[in-house]
Design a protein around this ligand. Structure first.
Ligand code: ZN
Length: 279
């Protein structure tokens, strides 16, 4: 993997032959995987007392070595949602937090959480579903206090039911997982709900301002270089409009039958199912 490393936009730098890391300031680090097809980005947010890793990538490589190089504080890990490309390294961490939903709690047996086949979708790319232990169940609306850095956890269903975002009000940024990023937005997979996605997008729009930086989990290519996938409030507004159109029309919208492919703006395309396919 040493050959033909793609060029990086600042502040990204190569951590090793696989991972890139970028110091975003105010205690946040982007950890990217440009050699993985979906170019996942996970985020480490560091306070004065402890740190939170938001997503872990698909597990092609062990991400814990990157994390321990960036902080010596205790680290808790929270996946933005349970698709395989975000949960692949969860089993390597002792402290995993999940959104407190009855359906998720019901998946714990003898202390171990097992991912569902269609919840993970790892079979699509041949990834195993590694079971893991859940240390904390966090309610939507919970404040995660890292010490001098507080994050608000918000459940924004749509891409999946258990999708969450983290709001750092002090730094005016949102860690968005797969909710929004500059690429194809997936609203057609099992568990996706167009109506919920549209409502969640309007909710997110109301939570941010024109200066908010929204950091996503995919869509890392910009001008032929690898960049931290970053969007803003106007992108959320455009996505909300496209989702509303998709959610309220069973007729032909956009091109293609499945998924329906709809333009959002110059940085995003919506891949949607039909409203009657939801849930
Ligand atoms: Zn996903």
């Amino acid at each position: 993997m040493n050959a033909d490393k793609p060029a990086l936009q600042a502040p990204l730098r190569w951590f090793d032959s696989y991972y890139v890391v970028g110091d975003l300031g105010e205690g946040a680090f982007a950890i990217g995987e440009p050699f993985y097809g979906q170019c996942n980005f996970s985020y480490l947010i560091v306070g004065s007392q402890r740190a939170l890793l938001f997503d872990t990538g698909p597990g092609v490589r062990d991400i814990s070595a990157v994390v321990s190089a960036l902080t010596s504080l205790p680290v808790e890990v929270l996946p933005s949602h349970l698709h395989f490309d975000h949960t692949g390294n969860l089993h390597r961490f002792a402290a995993v937090a999940l959104l407190n939903l009855p359906a998720l709690r019901a998946q714990v047996h003898e202390g171990v959480f097992s991912l569902g086949l269609y919840q993970s979708l790892g079979f699509i790319e041949g990834f195993k579903r590694e079971p893991f232990r859940v240390a904390h169940w966090l309610d939507s609306g919970a404040e995660i206090d890292l010490g001098d850095r507080r994050l608000l956890l918000v459940n924004l269903p749509g891409h999946t039911a258990e999708s969450v975002v983290l709001v750092d009000g002090l730094a005016n940024r949102v860690f968005a997982g797969d909710f929004i990023y500059p690429s194809e937005i997936y609203a057609f997979l099992p568990g996706a709900d167009l109506g919920a996605y549209a409502a969640s997008a309007r909710k997110l729009q109301a939570m941010v301002n024109e200066q908010t930086r929204i950091l996503g989990a995919h869509g890392c290519e910009r001008q032929g270089q690898v960049d931290v996938p970053t969007l803003g409030r106007s992108d959320v507004q455009a996505l909300a409009s496209a989702l509303e159109q998709a959610a309220h029309s069973n007729g032909p919208v956009g091109t293609g039958w499945f998924p329906r492919i709809m333009p959002v703006n110059e940085r995003m395309i919506l891949w949607a199912k039909y409203p009657w396919m939801s849930r």
